[in-house]
Each structure stands twice: as structure tokens, then as C-alpha cells.
Design a protein around this ligand. Structure first.
Ligand SMILES: CC(C)(COP(=O)(O)OP(=O)(O)OC[C@H]1O[C@@H](n2cnc3c(N)ncnc32)[C@H](O)[C@@H]1OP(=O)(O)O)[C@@H](O)C(=O)NCCC(=O)NCCS
Length: 209
């Protein structure tokens, strides 16, 4: 993503079942309902929200990036999760302005319906086609098989494993696995080219493990 006002943000991104749209302060109660669940944030590296007021502050100050979206069911418009492309300068993985990092979470009642792969695939299209990205990075902490599966389903390819990576909001260190998807691989997958379907290791472990 290019910095500043060249960002290609769309107000709404639509998929079959979802609308991705900017967060609004009126989403605070819905955000608190799902982000206060200890099964959601800690595996992604952040503590559960403790109050609706904290959720409102997080909407104002954290979920306000140019490519941060509330993930909403078309059926009722409520925000049930979050998805974001974090640009260079706001990501530990992206090192150039044509690279970014994908991050996401979904409220637990909605797990297992393929909603996050559906959202991520459309946001990846947006990243490559509208925002001029050449590469999108993604990661997950060791043991987060649910997130590993999302990355596999979206065509991300395992790159490396980092030990003792700082998880500042949780005040701990973890092992992190890093994957990426290049525009070339994304285009090849869209063409049905089997070469594009690579190489995330099936058990999510690095070759050295
Ligand atoms: C990771 C996450 C976004 C997946 O979203 P999703 O829409 O449920 O994704 P999918 O439906 O494709 O399911 C992915 C995997 O989750 C697992 N899963 C599905 N439903 C589940 C449930 N109810 N309970 C536990 N695991 C479940 C399955 O292993 C599934 O893989 P499969 O399709 O091969 O069976 C969601 O689990 C989540 O928000 N987790 C907590 C936060 C998090 O980990 N964020 C990512 C940080 S890197």
C-alpha cells in the first residue's frame, strides 16, 4: 500500500456473505461481545477486552488504520470480527511500500463456516488489484492451527519460523510462523496453475522441528 492519501481504501468490500467496512464507534458493544472472549485475542497476541469503553477506545485508536475493516454479516450488519492489511511501518513483516501484512480474528460463534477465508480472499484481491501490493505477509503463533488453516486456504506459503518473538501486549515470548503470498502466486492460483499451490508445511512446523 502506498503511504498517505494514495491508499486505495474502499468504503465497503462485499463478499458472498459479508460486508467489510470501516469500524464505527457504534460497533463498541458488538466488538466487546466477541473480543472479551479469552478464546479470541490471546492466541492472536492481545488480551481480552475488559469493558465496552475499552472496546470503544480500541475502535478509535487501534482499528482506525486505512485498511482496517469490521467484518459484518450481510444478514444483520453487526460487526463480528476484524480484518486488516497493515502497511509498511505498521507491520513487523512488511519491509517495502508494496508489501503489507494481513491480520484477522472472528467472533467464536461464527468459527468454522469459512467466513474468514471468504473475507481474506476478497481483501487479498483488493490488496493486489487496487492497492498495488506485490506481496502480502501473514503469521501465526505456534499452535494456532485455526489461523494456519486460513492461511493455507488462501494460498499463503510457509517461509520461516521465529523463536522468542516478543508478544508485547501479552508480556511474553512465543514461537511465530511466517507465510507470504506473492502477486505472481495469487495470479497463478486464479489461473488454476498447480505450481501456485505450494508448500505450507502440512503440520505448520518448520523443517528444523
Ligand atoms: C482463525 C480464525 C479467524 C478462523 O476463522 P474461520 O472463519 O473459523 O475459518 P475456517 O472456517 O476456515 O476454519 C479454520 C479452521 O478452524 C478450525 N475450526 C473450525 N471451527 C472450529 C470451532 N468451532 N472450534 C475450534 N476450531 C474450529 C478448523 O480446524 C478449521 O480448519 P478446517 O476447515 O481445515 O477444518 C478464527 O478461528 C479466530 O478468530 N481465531 C482466534 C483469533 C485468531 O487466531 N486470529 C488469527 C491470529 S494469527
Amino acid at each position: 500500500m502506498h503511504k498517505g492519501d494514495s491508499m486505495a481504501r474502499k468504503k465497503h468490500i462485499e463478499t458472498r456473505r459479508l460486508i467489510l467496512r470501516p469500524w464505527e464507534e457504534s460497533d463498541a458493544e458488538s466488538l466487546y461481545e466477541y473480543a472479551s472472549n479469552p478464546a479470541v485475542g490471546p492466541v492472536a497476541g492481545w488480551p481480552p477486552h475488559k469493558s465496552v469503553e475499552e472496546s470503544r477506545d480500541i475502535i478509535r485508536n487501534v482499528l482506525n488504520g486505512p485498511e482496517a475493516y469490521a467484518l459484518c454479516l450481510k444478514a444483520d450488519g453487526r460487526a463480528i470480527g476484524a480484518i486488516e492489511l497493515k502497511q509498511n511501518g505498521h507491520s513487523d513483516l512488511a519491509e517495502r511500500d508494496d508489501e503489507c501484512e494481513l491480520g484477522y480474528w472472528l467472533g467464536q460463534p461464527f468459527w468454522g463456516q469459512g467466513l474468514m477465508p471468504e473475507a481474506a480472499q476478497e481483501l487479498l484481491r483488493h490488496a493486489f488489484e487496487d492497492c498495488g501490493m506485490a506481496k502480502v505477509w501473514c503469521g501465526y503463533y505456534d499452535g494456532n492451527d485455526k489461523s494456519r488453516r486460513v492461511q493455507e486456504k488462501c494460498g499463503f506459503v510457509y517461509q520461516w519460523t521465529i523463536r522468542d518473538v516478543d508478544v508485547p501486549l501479552m508480556h511474553e515470548k512465543r514461537t511465530g510462523h511466517v507465510s507470504c503470498l506473492t502477486k505472481e502466486a495469487w495470479l497463478a492460483a486464479a489461473r488454476g496453475d498447480p505450481v501456485a499451490h505450494g508448500a505450507v508445511l502440512p503440520d505448520g512446523k518448520s523443517a528444523e522441528e
